[in-house]
Design a protein around this ligand. Structure first.
Ligand code: NAP
Length: 349
């Protein structure tokens, strides 16, 4: 098998010496058409050049996320196929190189970019601009990028941006705080495993909805109570929660709202068109709020999160790690919808 179990190489603390960036090409995982994992192939392509204000990063690890699956296969929530057509590409992928986030080493600093130097170990989130499943990527120095503290491996760092930054933004937008009762639907995924930990950190009591096989994992992450979705409907108990974090897409509005107490908040990490419109247009009972948009992720937010990882306060969950050459296998596994936390690819670490 080309995947490896998670090998948390915390010894990888020193940045490799920075050589001049060799040649002007790089290897990348490229998808020229929409479809299954077989549309992705490793190719040589032009290496990006940092524009003014940007840095060039030699990627060592990157996550293969559900977002890569969605964009590659156009598997978007119901009703969003047409609204997302322009962003994803009409006839072929607008972003042939997938990968929203990465951890690596600054290889070059573009004109006017400040705060980083060649050799700095960094983690970054390009988000919907993708482009991280490649040996090199760029990011605005003032954007979602920060240094990786000593003692944190590229792998652990690469498992922070997608899940933790998303969960953090939603919990912050929902004002989650001490004493609140929070339910996380889909608690064993990249976002859910982060939401459980960050909600606990905020002093909430957390109920995690997952399958029986992942009950131990989410308990280890801090969940106070676990609901096996195959045996129990989380909404059956009535209005029990101050917040529902919806990370699966199977908890329609009416069901989630039934589980919320007056004044509670529904955090729609994933929503179909009906839920999106409903959250904007439909009035709620009892002052229940619905949040589906969060602001752009910032470098300082990533800095706060990676510091929490460095000090062991939060734990990035890494399920499988593949070489870049096994990118199709990585996509196949992510496509199952059953990954625990994060799936990573490595590129030369
Ligand atoms: N709004 C945003 O900015 C944003 C950002 C990131 C992600 N997202 C969205 O958030 C969602 C979650 O992302 P993710 O990365 O966490 O996904 P993921 O890692 O692929 O989620 C996989 C997990 O989902 C669990 N799951 C599957 N069916 C379930 C069910 N019926 N009930 C409870 N858990 C179930 C699986 O656990 P079992 O094996 O135990 O079933 C598995 O561990 C995605 O739809 C993604 O598109 C949105």
């Amino acid at each position: 098998m080309s995947s490896t179990d998670h090998d948390d190489t915390r010894g990888a603390v020193h940045a490799p010496a920075v050589a001049a960036v060799p040649g002007d090409t790089m290897r990348a995982a490229v998808a020229h058409r929409f479809g299954g994992p077989d549309v992705v192939a490793v190719e040589r392509m032009p290496r990006p050049t940092p524009r003014d204000g940007e840095i060039l990063v030699r990627v060592h690890a990157a996550s293969v996320s559900i977002a890569d699956h969605r964009v590659r296969s156009r598997d978007v929530p119901r009703g969003l196929r047409i609204p997302t057509m322009f962003a994803l590409g009409m006839m072929r992928p607008r972003h042939p190189v997938l990968g929203m986030d990465a951890a690596g080493v600054v290889a070059q600093v573009g004109a006017g970019a400040t705060g980083f130097a060649p050799g700095d170990r960094v983690l970054l989130l390009r988000g919907a601009r993708f482009g991280c499943h490649a040996e090199y990527t760029t990011i605005a120095a003032e954007g979602a990028v920060t240094r990786i503290p000593d003692g944190v491996s590229f792998r652990d760092a690469a498992a922070v941006p997608f899940g933790f930054a998303t969960a953090d933004a939603f919990l912050e937008a929902g004002g989650i705080g001490p004493g609140q009762r929070v339910l996380v639907n889909g608690a064993s995924g990249a976002v859910g495993s982060a939401a459980v930990q960050l909600a606990k950190l905020r002093g909430a009591t957390v109920t995690a909805v997952t399958s029986a096989g992942n009950a131990e994992l989410v308990r280890d992450l801090g969940a106070d109570r676990v609901i096996d979705y195959a045996r129990e409907d989380f909404a059956a108990g009535g209005a029990e929660y101050d917040a529902v974090v919806e990370c699966v897409g199977n908890a329609p509005h009416a069901r989630s709202v039934r589980a919320l107490r007056p004044g509670g908040v529904l955090l729609l990490v994933i929503a179909d068109l009906a839920a999106m419109l409903g959250s904007k247009l439909r009035p709620t009972r009892d002052g229940i709020r619905r949040i589906q948009d969060v602001g752009a992720i910032t470098g300082s937010q990533l800095a706060r999160l990676i510091e929490l990882a460095a000090t062991g306060v939060i734990r990035p969950v890494i399920d499988r790690v593949y070489d870049l050459d096994a990118i199709r296998e990585a996509h196949e596994y992510v496509d199952t919808g059953r990954k625990r936390g994060n799936v990573l690819i490595t590129l030369g670490d």
